[in-house]
Every structure is written in structure tokens, then in C-alpha cells.
Design a protein around this ligand. Structure first.
Ligand code: ACM
Length: 548
């Protein structure tokens, strides 16, 4: 058994004779299974050369049967599935369309690494066999996510679609897109065109982390048109992945201020002179706490809500992290706002921003999610928290009755280095090996059953300051995302009991699947020569603590 993530139960035995599938298997798609049937014809059909026609009673060969069996949900949860492989082929039953789709992903893994390629070789083709047996499976968590920072370095649309395929191949079901930051604004907002005309590019970028003296003088930029976003959202939905958009406020907003200087604290700094930030870190240039700024962002969110329909993502992420308060302390406008609103100083202003959009989204039937700093002002009951500064924010939120997505930077920030030593490309943050990620536990000890049930799941976060392109993202993300997928999917009792040796054995096969999908993952022995970035400084430098 070499499935990743590991299923709940299976009956495969090494001595059982395998079942050939082919050369011309049929596809019998029962009611409600059209989406997975389409995916199989397109993806598995491409890799195998199969047409997967409907079954012909005159031709008794093997095939693939798809059906929905909602009763499976009782045992296996709403995304559960059962898969049986025998002489007649494969029978896939999903508790829901999502469960059936995960069954199809399992089927593809069972067919071997070449089933992940995009075409079958010319000529004779390959023979395809399935191990004989049954899988019964369903995820541990409902939120199995990855956050991709497309603001620091832009991932063009094609790369996002590819990433959605990679998430689906690992049975992950949330892509949180960090669409805006100091260094770039990546989503077209038609009523505020300068957000992308001005905000979507910067003249240069620092190469390496903050201490690096190197600059890449190439302009960097790009953005998703609204049609691109619609395509991404629909492509994700076909793969049972939810795209959660993040518009970060009131900090991490310099790109927006560069586009519309009136959004910034113009009584303190010359916001008209600001450009999109070309450096890394947390910019001091934050939004001004005015009604006009609220109206501007309401306009932004109106377009965001239209692009990300509620039935696809009830959640809208408003950031809320790392908002420096120096400009508000110096700003007469901000000081007046503090008095008018009767809020508790500058921290109260930040809470006022977040609470405004919490209410505004709730009135529109949506749910706000934000980084754990949003807890500091008191939240509406429906708001959820991405716990990134460790577990503490998530624990406090869960105890207060808020839903939580665990993504502590000490464990699942995949921009952080994968090994000690000088060879890791642009090494930053904590050393977090494949095994460390495999041993990550989303639910901290000590939570009551009720509070633990508030942990919707977890996500791995991929910040891209030191990842200039898709190859660098692949290197940081894989294979650790495979370990993460098993953490959030598989019913493992606890970190101490996780069988890392068994996982590593399965990873040997899984690496061949990643190769077939064109993923430039980190080899077990460390980076290949062209995966290194010699001489490009990361952080911490020698002697500094890991989280500077
Ligand atoms: C974060 O890492 N600033 C959420």
C-alpha cells in the first residue's frame, strides 16, 4: 500500500494477484457523478490513452463504475468513499460528489506514477493494473489547505491552475490566495483600476531576505483579471477545492496606497510619493482609519464577493496581521478618530477596522476569517481565525467559540528551510524537515472536546519573498506538502504514534508521482546544484533567533 495520504482502512495484500484494467476499459457513471466522470476522462484518459466509453453489455471487459452512496457518510463522513478493485475493474462509491472525486484520486494513485502524466507514450502503450482489494476512506479534517502568497512573487494563472491540480492530487481542499500586500496587488478591481495599473508591479526586488545586499533590477509584477479569477474559482470547484481570497488590511497595504495615496496617512507621510514596496518585511505605511477608506474597501469586497460566490467560499479573509501603529500614533486624523469612536488607542483602531468588515460580511451572508491578531478586538460569533503565531491564538479562539484553522509558523510555514546547513536555497526561519511536518498536530493537547471540534483543520502557508518562481515554490512546498496532506487527512492518533518509517517508504513511490506531474521537489539528499542559491542571504544570520 503506497497511497498518500494513507487511507483509513484497506485490504490490499502483497500476495493477492493484481487486476488488469484495459486495454479499453469502460466508464459507468451513475447519477450525480458527471463531474468525476469528466475529470477521469480528461486526466486519466490523457495519461492512459483510454477513451473511457459508457459500458457496452456485449463487451464483458473490465471498467470503472462511479456511484454516489450517501449512506457512506454515516461511517466515513461527508467526504468519505469506498473503492473496490477486482476482476470487473474498479467500483468507486462516494458519500458525496467530493468523496467520489477523492476516490478517483486514489484510483489514479493505485494505477501507478505514470497515471499522473499528461499523455500516454506513442506506440504500444503501457499496461495498467490495480491491486486487488478495498479502500474505505474519509478525511480527519474539513479544512485541508495551503496558502499561496501571490503578492510578494506573482504566480501567473497557469501556475495557480497547476497548483490546484497538485492540491487535489493530495486530497487537499482549500487554496487560500494571499492576493494583496505591500509588494503587490494581484486582483483586478474594476471600480479602482489603479490598484492593478499601479499596484500590480514594482520596479525591482530584493534578492534574498532583508539582510541581503543583492537586488534584482528586473521589474516584477502581474495580476489576475476578473475572468482569470472566475476561471480559477471554477477550476478549483471542479476539483472540490475552495479558493479563499485574502485582501489584507489595515496593514500590508502599501501597494494599495501607492495606487490611491488618499488611502494612507497623508497627514504623516507624503503618500503621493510612495511606490509599491520593493523591500521585504512589514511596511509602516498602513491604511488611514477613515470612513472614506472603509467605503473604498467595501467597494473592493463587493467585487470580491461577486467573484467568489458564497456557495463556493463562505469565508473571506481580511488579513489583519502585523499592522504597525507608528503612523496612527503620529497622525492627528487617527487621534481624532480614536476619540470619536471611543476606542482603546491604536489597537482599538485596528479592531474597529476588522469589526467593521466582520459585520459587513455577515450582513451579506459571509464569514470573516483573519490572522490571529483579529482576536485582539473581540469578534462576531461567525468569524474564524487563522492561528499563525503559534497555537495560542487558535486555542483562545476555539475556547471563545470561534472556528480555527491551525497554521502555526513554528510548524507549517513552508518558506522555512527544510534542513540545516549552507546548501538550502535562501534559508529562512526554522528548520522544518519532512519528518517535522509529518509530526505536526493540528489539535493542541488540553482543548475540551467542544473546543477541539472548533479546529476546522489546518493549512500550510507559503510566503514567497525568497521564492522568485515556480521552481522555487515547488522546492519549498514538496515533498513537505505530502506529509502535511497526511496530517490533515489520515486518522492518525498523535504525533508520537505516527509511523514516519512507513511514510518514507510510501514517499519513495510518491516522489515518482511528483516527478510524473513535473514537480521539482527537494530530493532526500538535499538540493540539486541548480536548486541552490549560493551567496543569497536568508535569515536568521548566524547567532540570530529563528523568528526574526
Ligand atoms: C503572517 O505570517 N504575517 C500571517
Amino acid at each position: 500500500m503506497d497511497l498518500i495520504p494513507a487511507p483509513r482502512t484497506h485490504s490490499f495484500r502483497p500476495d493477492a494477484p493484481p487486476c488488469p484494467l484495459g486495454p479499453r476499459p469502460w466508464l459507468d457513471a451513475g447519477p450525480g457523478t458527471a463531474g468525476t466522470a469528466r475529470w477521469l476522462r480528461r486526466e486519466l484518459g490523457a495519461a492512459t490513452g483510454w477513451d473511457l466509453p459508457p459500458p457496452d453489455p456485449a463487451d464483458g471487459g473490465a471498467g470503472i463504475r462511479l456511484r454516489l452512496d450517501p449512506g457512506l457518510a454515516v461511517r466515513l463522513g461527508p467526504e468519505g468513499y469506498a473503492l473496490t478493485a477486482g476482476d470487473a475493474g474498479a467500483d468507486l462509491a462516494g458519500a458525496s460528489p467530493a468523496g467520489l472525486f477523492w476516490a478517483a484520486q486514489t484510483l489514479r494513485q493505485l494505477l501507478g506514477p505514470h497515471a499522473h502524466r499528461r499523455s500516454a507514450p506513442l506506440g504500444r502503450g503501457r499496461s495498467w493494473i490495480l491491486p486487488r482489494g478495498t479502500v474505505e476512506d474519509g478525511p480527519r479534517f474539513a479544512w485541508r489547505g495551503m496558502m499561496l502568497d501571490v503578492a510578494r512573487h506573482f504566480t501567473p494563472k497557469e501556475g495557480v491552475l497547476r497548483h490546484l491540480d497538485l492540491l487535489a492530487a493530495h486530497k487537499l481542499n482549500v487554496l487560500h490566495l494571499h492576493l494583496t500586500d505591500d509588494q503587490g496587488w494581484r486582483i483586478e478591481i474594476t471600480r479602482h483600476p489603479r490598484l492593478t495599473e499601479v499596484g500590480a508591479w514594482r520596479p525591482r526586488s530584493r534578492r534574498g531576505h532583508r539582510a541581503s545586499p543583492l537586488w534584482d533590477e528586473t521589474p516584477h509584477g502581474g495580476f489576475y483579471t476578473q475572468d482569470d479569477i472566475r476561471e480559477i474559482v471554477a477550476y478549483a470547484a471542479e476539483r472540490h477545492v475552495t479558493v479563499v481570497p485574502e485582501i489584507d488590511l489595515p496593514g500590508h497595504s502599501q501597494a494599495a496606497i501607492a495606487a490611491y495615496p488618499e488611502l494612507g496617512n497623508a497627514d504623516v507621510v507624503d503618500t503621493a510619493a510612495l511606490g509599491v514596496w520593493d523591500d521585504w518585511g512589514v511596511s509602516e505605511n498602513v491604511l488611514a482609519p477613515t470612513e472614506a477608506v472603509l467605503r473604498f474597501y467595501e467597494g473592493v469586497f463587493e467585487e470580491v464577493l461577486e467573484l467568489f460566490p458564497a456557495e463556493v467560499s463562505p469565508f473571506v479573509h481580511v488579513g489583519g496581521d502585523e499592522c504597525p501603529k507608528n503612523q496612527w500614533r503620529a497622525s492627528p486624523t487617527a487621534r481624532r478618530r480614536i476619540r470619536e469612536l471611543g476606542v482603546d488607542g491604536e489597537d482599538g483602531l485596528q479592531a474597529w477596522f476588522v469589526r467593521h468588515f466582520d459585520r459587513w460580511l455577515a450582513e451579506r451572508g459571509r464569514r470573516l476569517i483573519g490572522w490571529d491578531e483579529i482576536l485582539e478586538g473581540g469578534l462576531a460569533p461567525g468569524a474564524a481565525v487563522s492561528s499563525w503565531r503559534g497555537y495560542a491564538g487558535g486555542i483562545a479562539a476555539a475556547r471563545a467559540g470561534h472556528d480555527v484553522v491551525m497554521c502555526p509558523e513554528q510548524h507549517v510555514y513552508l518558506d522555512h528551510r527544510q534542513a540545516p546547513g549552507p546548501d538550502e536555497p535562501v534559508p529562512i526561519g526554522y528548520v522544518r524537515t519532512l519528518e517535522d511536518v509529518y509530526r505536526f498536530e493540528p489539535v493542541p493537547a488540553g482543548l475540551s472536546g467542544e473546543a477541539a471540534a472548533r479546529v476546522l483543520g489546518a493549512q500550510a502557508n507559503v510566503w514567497t519573498e525568497v521564492m522568485e518562481d515556480q521552481s522555487r515554490v515547488d522546492y519549498q512546498v514538496f515533498p513537505r506538502l505530502a506529509a502535511f496532506a497526511e496530517v490533515v487527512w489520515s486518522p492518525l492518533p498523535g504525533p508520537a504514534e505516527r509511523d514516519y518509517g512507513g511514510f518514507e517508504e510510501r514517499m519513495a513511490v510518491h516522489r515518482r508521482r511528483l516527478d510524473a506531474m513535473g514537480v521539482r521537489h527537494r530530493p532526500p539528499g538535499g538540493p540539486l546544484p541548480w536548486q541552490r542559491r549560493p551567496g543569497v542571504l536568508g535569515r536568521p544570520l548566524d547567532g540570530e533567533p529563528p523568528n526574526v
